[in-house]
Each structure stands twice: as C-alpha cells, then as structure tokens.
Design a protein around this ligand. Structure first.
Ligand code: ZN
Ligand code: MN
Length: 478
C-alpha cells in the first residue's frame, strides 16, 4: 500500500530575557548548577509568581509574526505532573486561552512556497535539568534548577507537513524568524530551541488521520529528520502487516538511531489543567498590540524575495544574505553607501562569510564596518588595486580593523600603472624568457599568459593587468 506521511511539530524556544518568567533570577546559560535560583523558581510554599513583561511581549511578538489571532484576554493554567525537575509539581503554562491561535508560517520547499498552519502559540515556564552522571556504577541523578522558570515559548503546528523536506524548511524558517526578532538565541546545542515531532501515516488519498506517534529527545535538526525517517519505516512495516500503530510517545536515541517507546500518549485531561490562581489574566489592548507590532522586523523570507526583486540578486545569493539578519543588515548598509549590490553581495558571500567561518568571528561584533567594505569596492573600481590584491587588503582589514586606504599605503599595494615602469619590466621578462617568445611565434597562444604571469610575479601582483596586457601584446607583435 502507498502511504502519505503526516507530520506536525511542537517547538519550544527559550526566550532571551535577562531574568526568569516569574522571578528575578538570571537566565544565564552554563553557570554553576543551582546558583540562579530563589524561593519562587524552587517552588517553595507561599511564594507568588510575578509576570515578566518582556517575556510576555516577546511571545506576543512571535505570535503576531506567525500571523496568529491574538486572544485579547489570556491567562495561565497549571499543568500538573510530577517529575524531579519540576519542584512545584506543576508547570505554569497556557491551555484554555492561548496567547495566539490559528496562525500560519510560509515555508519554501524546492522553490515553491507553502503555508503551514499554526495551531497555537503560548507562553510557559521551563523545567529544571536532570543530569545523569555517565560514570559506570552511579545510581543517582542530579538536578540543576538554574533552568527552572526560564520563559519558554511553545509553538504548535497543525499536522500540515508531508515529508522531511517540509519539516526541514519549517524548522529553518521558524528558527530564522525567532532569530530575526531577537526573542531567542535558538541554540539547539544549549537546548534553547527544541522540536518534537508527531508522525502518522495514512493511505494515500484518505483524509482520515492515522494514529500518531510523538517523538521526543530530538537534540538537533538532523535528529528530527532521522527520527522521522525511522518512524515512517517503522509505521509502514506495522501497517503493511495489518497491525495498528499504538498512540504513544517515543524517545529518540541519536547513537543507535532508533526510537524506544517511552509511555502511552497522555491526554490533556491527564494534566488536570486549571487556571493559575496566583496570576491575573492579561488583557491586551489595541495600543499595546500596535506597539508590539511595530517592533517586528521584515521577516527573512520577505526580505529574501525583496532582495531578488529590488537588487536583482539571484535567489541563491539572496537566500545566503538573508540567512542571518546581521549580514542582510550589513548588505543593506553597504548598498546605501555604494550602489553596487552585486559586488557587495559577492564580497559578503565569498569573503566576509569565509573569514567569519575561518576565524570563528562573533557575527554580532564584526571587525569590519559596511563603510569599509564599500570603500574597498570603490578603490577596486577606480583601478587603484587589482582584485587579487584586494583580497589581501580585505583579509588585513578583518585582522586589524584598519581602513583599506591605510593598508594600501602602509604596504605599498597600490597598483602600478606607470607605463614606462611596466614596459621596462616587460623587457626584462622577455629578455630572460626567449623560448616563450619562440613558442608564441610558433602559435602557442598560452605563452602570452605565461609572460603576463612573469610580469605580475615581478611586480608582486601590483601591475595593472590591463596595461601589462596591452604593452605585452605590442612588444611580441600581436
Ligand atoms: Zn528564581
Ligand atoms: Mn510545553
């Protein structure tokens, strides 16, 4: 039988506020365990939560960017469950009045776009982190509550994805949107962005959903894709044999590349949701909504399409430039100074990005300013330096942060355009390479490029290639 794969994703993103959702503890990652805790986030009796306004605004901003309808009246609910990393034995989340509902996100797959509907966007608190010592023979686990109470945004999609290409694009697009809006650092390796997938199969052409399986413990986008592929294989085998797929939650093991059953799927009623009595509902008025809307930047896909349209860049280049907001901003700043979008785009994509990667530069603190790149391109266009020398200058700019003019002067890199000087060098090269002249006269055209190369070598690449070419042709008699 032929099956259709139906996939939905649940995304958790830690919001990058300085303090936790209901207390003033720091959210800094990677510090000594249990040093960023207080009675509130440790769930001591009698404490009261106070809402972090910034976290709420970041959530509202995200819900708006995902085209959600906003619940003007929203409140928080207790989701009860017992787990060692959850000191209160309930998580403050949203269930009855999610902040945002019925949204969508546009993704791009193989050159065409598709809307993936968003079921809801809500705000909740993060749990602590369990640490299982790896030494053999240890029979205990440790818990770090630094993470407990960090604001967590949950984004639940409809099961609108039909394959791993769409899932991949969904994850990348969502990550980019959150990064563009500066609401989360989206570091999957630090757990600040996590995905859970629910997967079911159905007979092709059917509109009835099959039993779905939820997969947790997916620590990278690669793991999400692998787990889905594995699950599709597992479920189709079961269905081929006429068996049913159990509704359950499974845990992905990235080492064995298999999933294991964790528990039967819990239902909402298992969590005994009820409105959080210690927090007031939040009422969102038009003015606030308008204010938050004003903080949403142009989103990555829109920006990419605009770059193609306005600057006539290729779809590919435009995609790379808009991958990170920093580079898209850098590009636009450069274009404002010097209207050479194609050249600027090339320098960013081929040179700046390579330097960033090679030198592991902090992209939020680049050693080069848009003005400096623009003036380098201007210098090249004026013919002061060749494009080969320009690469050297650029590398030096990255290292020292100096202006291109200063580097060219200091290192005496300006192009040699003095014809009599070039001519004397050509004569010297011809005199020492008589066989190349012979070859050329016998019709070996590449002898000319050889001679040209010798002249460039003599001048350490600084001779103006156009002048060398012309003079050389004159000398050998073309
Ligand atoms: Zn605290
Ligand atoms: Mn959640």
């Amino acid at each position: 039988m032929e099956y259709e794969v139906v996939i939905g994703l649940e995304t958790h993103a830690e919001l990058s506020t300085l303090t936790k959702l209901f207390c003033g503890c720091s959210t800094k990652f990677g510090v000594e365990p249990n040093t960023q805790v207080c009675p509130v986030c440790l769930g001591m009796p009698g404490v009261l939560p106070v809402m972090n306004k910034k976290a709420f605004e970041y959530s509202l901003k995200s819900a708006l960017a995902l085209h959600c309808e906003i619940n003007k009246f929203t409140n928080f609910d207790r989701k009860s469950y017992y787990y060692p990393d959850l000191p209160k034995n309930y998580q403050i989340s949203q269930n009855y009045y999610n902040l945002g509902v019925n949204g969508y996100m546009t993704i791009e797959v193989n050159g065409s776009t598709k809307k993936i509907r968003i079921h809801n966007v809500h705000l909740e608190e993060e749990a602590g982190k369990l640490i299982h010592p790896e030494e053999i023979g240890t029979n205990y686990s440790l818990v770090d509550f630094n993470r407990a109470g960090v604001p967590l945004l949950e984004i639940v999609s409809y099961p609108d994805m039909r394959g791993v290409d769409e899932v991949d694009s969904y994850m990348q697009t969502l990550r980019k949107i959150l990064l563009y809006m500066d609401v989360s650092d989206c570091k999957m390796q630090e757990g600040s962005l996590r995905f859970e997938a629910s997967i079911s199969l159905r007979e092709k052409g059917s509109d009835k959903l099959g039993n779905r399986v939820e997969i947790k413990n997916l620590n990278s986008m690669k793991a999400v894709i692998k787990a889905i592929e594995y699950e599709v294989g597992r479920q189709s085998k079961l269905l081929d044999r006429g068996e049913t797929v159990a509704r359950e939650t499974r845990l992905w093991d990235a080492v064995t590349e298999r999933s294991e059953r964790m528990r039967s799927k819990e239902e909402a009623q298992d969590y005994r949701y009820f409105p959080e009595p210690d927090l007031l509902p939040v009422l969102i008025d038009e003015k606030w909504l308008h204010e938050i809307k004003g903080t949403i930047p142009e989103l990555p896909l829109d920006r990419k399409l605009r770059f193609v349209e306005v600057f006539k860049l290729s779809d590919y280049d435009s995609g790379i430039l808009t991958e990170e907001k920093v580079f898209a901003d850098f590009f636009e700043e450069c274009v404002k100074i010097l209207n050479r979008p194609k050249a600027i785009s090339n320098w960013i994509i081929n040179d700046l990005l390579r330097e960033v990667k090679d030198r592991k530069l902090d992209i939020h603190n680049l050693p080069i300013k848009p003005k400096q790149l623009a003036s380098l391109i201007e210098i090249i266009e004026k013919g002061t330096i060749s494009s080969t020398i320009a690469k050297e200058v650029f590398s030096e700019m990255i290292q020292s942060g100096k202006n291109p003019h200063a580097i060219i002067e200091e290192k005496k890199l300006a192009q040699i355009s003095d014809e009599s000087l070039i001519e004397s060098i050509i004569e010297k090269v011809i005199a020492t390479n008589p066989e190349a002249i012979e070859d050329y006269k016998k019709g070996k055209k590449n002898a000319l490029s050889f001679l040209m190369g010798q002249v460039m070598k003599e001048t350490k690449g600084k001779a103006n290639p156009k002048i060398v070419n012309e003079l050389l042709k004159g000398k050998v008699g073309v």
